[in-house]
Design a protein around this ligand. Structure first.
Ligand code: PRX
Length: 662
């Protein structure tokens, strides 16, 4: 259904009409060319799920040695896939394409914040990865050692990850938006032996020193004996000769290291993500299974092929960047865009300018970004020619139908299927999503599980609920890309994911509904994890950053529904006796959170409480706090110790609302 160019004033009316439409079949033009046009993959995978994954692994990856056994499920939940097989992740992402004569193909059209451009080919990535591998090896990094990566969105981040994989080192990428203190914790938990960072980073025309900040934490990390620093912004970067190397100097001096095959179950990376407690979880992925999943999904969910220009706007510091900026696209030999900057610098049309400039055909972003663009207005995308786009993706949080329709109509011109992809750091790759040439779309639903995936919605007892009813999302069958454990914490792994419904059912942590047609509607988290702009944060982690302020007595953090960011952090704070809470204290609290975690975790709202609602046994009743913050009628209050607490908080929230309105 391609439609004519859009006039802003007509849009509102048109979207109103679209809101009444529940189902969007795959657009004709797209369907005619799609890689998958019928339900064969589902049928084949249902007949023999393990055999089906084996076929994908064989067809999409190059193995140095074949596996003897596809799945070892003798000790759930510690599954092993492609047992005995050997391969190298970097070889599959780079060498293989260069060896096939595709070295000159652009892997990344990199775009810097100030408009700089670099086209980086597969041969160039390989050249650098081969040399960085040598440097790491010479610094004593052995297979299984962890290397921290704390870099902005520059091609070096992909080189760094792949160089680790080349020598069997395990990378631990930490999002550049996390503070150095958060970096320190993660590198400490993973016992990292080396760190790759940059001299500085840029954000909307400002530069910040990174290496100088990193130096502050290195004394706390005795195992970390090597820092490799990329020259990026020219910020002063103090170098300690016995520990620190400049990337460009080290690479210039190094020769190449060949890719060494590793066991399919050799760890590929650890990525820390938030859980119910303040301590982040080190999600561990291994090689053969993870690569199979991230090689399969781009072709089938994004319909990715050779002539596409693909752009995923995530940051490599999150799993989306690992799977769908680095491993997935590079395994496919795709050409991608990588963008360093913000969506509104130098102006709010920069994303669309980039799409037009490189002829982006597949665009993958988060609902929060779409809602922000909606707020800015359609005039920004309308300034540019977006006619090359043929598929749009969404990830990270539920997408509300209004944002879905805007995306469909304004960005996609009504001709691009929208693939709403549900997955997690733990799942490694997309698990619930449409196959765009086949699946009719319903705005707000990630549609159906991919072939080979067995998802269900169950009640407290683990029984499947009736269609339309809400319950817990679970996965009942192992899949190759699933996490293998939590780094150095197998007990927490079992306890978090495989205790609630037994050792063979993966507990996702999301609430969901499944409709009569088997479509999944993910509602949100059921644990104390908040999803702000698609970023996963733990309420406990934010609380502990808040109570670190000497004037704060207690804090309870909840995720509050927010039109733009999905959820926003709302903190109920009590202060020490004699302290008068004011805006200055609120600012100090926010600054403290930024320092301990990162700016993304700063509370949008701080509500001063005389006391927090607790049960008689002293447990904070977050459920009530959520109701209060969102102005809902309170649920069951019978276990509350002191009902007066609630009245004070409700009055505060009313006051705050009135102030926000005016
Ligand atoms: O609650 C779900 C939500 O994000 C969580 C996973 O977060 P993270 O591990 O940081 O990975 C984000 C990128 C894959 C899930 O438990 N989520 C992710 N995608 C969707 C989603 N919720 C609804 N719809 C989605 N498409």
């Amino acid at each position: 259904m391609a439609t004519s160019p859009l006039r802003a004033e007509e849009l509102e009316r048109e979207l109103e009409q679209l809101l009444g439409r529940d189902v969007f079949p795959p657009p004709q033009e797209f369907r005619a060319r799609a890689l998958v046009r019928d339900d064969t993959p589902w049928r084949e995978a249902e007949r023999d799920p393990v055999g089906w994954w084996e076929r994908q692994a064989r067809e999409l990856l190059e193995w140095s040695e074949p596996w003897q056994r596809a799945l070892d499920d003798s000790n759930p939940p510690f599954y092993r896939w492609f047992v005995g097989g050997r391969l190298n992740a970097c070889y599959n992402a780079l060498d293989r394409h260069v060896a096939a004569g595709r070295g000159d193909r652009v892997a990344f059209h990199w775009r810097g914040e100030e408009g700089e451009e670099r086209a980086v080919t597969y041969a160039e990535l390989l050249h650098d990865a081969e040399r960085l591998a040598t440097v790491l090896r010479e610094r004593g990094i052995a297979p299984g050692d962890v290397v921290g990566i704390y870099l902005p969105m520059i091609p070096e981040v992909a080189v760094a990850m792949l160089a680790c994989a080349r020598i069997g080192a395990v990378h631990n990428v930490v999002f550049g938006g996390f503070s150095v203190e958060a970096l320190r914790d993660r590198l400490h938990f993973s016992n990292a032996k080396a760190l790759i960072c940059a001299d500085g980073a840029r954000r909307k025309g400002r530069k910040v020193a990174v290496k100088a900040g990193v130096d502050r934490i290195l004394d706390d990390l005795p195992a970390l004996r090597t820092v490799i620093c990329v020259r990026h912004t020219g910020e002063a970067a103090p170098m300690r000769p016995d520990r620190d190397l400049w990337w460009h100097e080290a690479l210039r001096a190094a020769g190449p290291t060949p890719a060494e095959p590793f066991d399919a179950e050799h760890p590929l990376f650890v990525l820390y993500t938030s859980g119910s407690t303040a301590k982040p979880k080190g999600v561990l992925h291994t090689t053969g299974g993870y690569l199979t999943g991230v090689a399969w999904t781009p072709r089938h969910v994004f319909d990715l092929r050779d002539d596409d220009i693909y752009w995923c706007t995530a940051d490599v510091g999150w799993v989306t960047g690992h799977s769908y900026i680095v491993y997935g696209p590079l395994l496919a030999g795709a050409t991608s865009v990588m963008y360093e900057g913000a969506p509104d610098y130098p102006d709010k049309d920069v994303w669309w300018e980039i799409c037009a400039r490189y002829g982006v055909t597949i665009f993958y972003t988060a609902p929060t970004a779409i809602r922000t663009c909606m707020k800015w207005g359609p005039e920004y995308p309308l300034r540019h020619d977006l006619s090359a786009l043929r598929l749009l993706g969404s990830v990270g949080e539920p997408i509300n139908p209004k944002a879905w329709l805007w995306y469909w109509r304004v960005i996609g011109g009504g001709r691009c299927p929208i693939v709403d992809t549900w997955w997690q750091t733990e799942t490694g790759h997309i698990l619930i999503a449409p196959l765009p040439g086949v699946t009719p779309l319903k705005p707000g639903s990630a549609t159906r599980p991919l072939p080979g995936i067995d998802a269900a919605v169950v009640d407290d007892a683990g029984r499947e609920v009736e269609p339309g009813q809400q319950g817990y999302l679970v996965l009942r069958r192992p899949w190759p890309g699933m996490l293998r454990t939590l780094y150095k914490d197998p007990e927490r792994f079992v306890e978090t994911y495989f205790s609630r419904f037994g050792r063979e059912t993966y507990f996702v942590g999301d609430a969901a509904r499944r409709d009569e047609e088997g479509y999944f509607w993910v509602v949100g988290r059921v644990d104390d994890v908040v999803n702000v702009s698609g970023h996963r944060l733990s309420t406990a982690e934010v609380e502990s950053a808040i109570v670190a302020h000497p004037k704060v007595a207690e804090a309870a953090v909840i995720g509050q529904a927010d039109e733009r960011t999905g959820q926003a952090i709302c903190a109920f704070v009590t202060v020490e006796a004699g302290v008068e809470p004011d805006e200055r204290l609120a600012d100090e609290i926010r600054a403290g959170v930024a320092e301990r975690i990162g700016k993304l975790a700063r509370p949008a709202r701080i509500i001063w409480a005389n006391d927090l609602p607790k049960t008689r046994s002293g447990k904070i009743m977050r459920r009530l706090l959520r109701d209060i913050a969102e102005g809902r009628a309170l649920g069951d209050v019978t276990t509350l110790r002191d009902p007066a607490v609630i009245e004070q908080l409700e009055a505060k929230v009313r006051e705050l609302r009135a102030a926000e309105r005016s």
